[in-house]
Design a binder for this molecule. Sequence first.
Ligand SMILES: [Zn+2]
Length: 104
Amino acid sequence: MNPDAERERLAGLARSLALGEPVPAITPAQARAQLRRDHFAHIHPSITGERVTDAVEHQFTSLGFCLACGAEAEGCEPDARQYECESCGAAAVYGAEEILIAVA
Ligand SMILES: [Zn+2]
């Protein structure tokens, strides 16, 4: 996040506090970004660059992967994000193209 945007955000929060407006502790967008960072920081070891590249090259199957447990998810758009995993229930399923950017 760039410093100016952060200053602007804090100034906005300060204004809201001064006016007695409710201040969201964390916005949904930030929560999603945080979740995404967590998922990509702890990619399951079975998800290798080779496996993901393979999935992207055979895209007719529309494969995604669960970053939490490594399960494959079929019928997943290439740019899917945070879909629920059918194996472990975590919202950690990403499309192969999304993951490839991170692991390639
Ligand atoms: Zn899973």
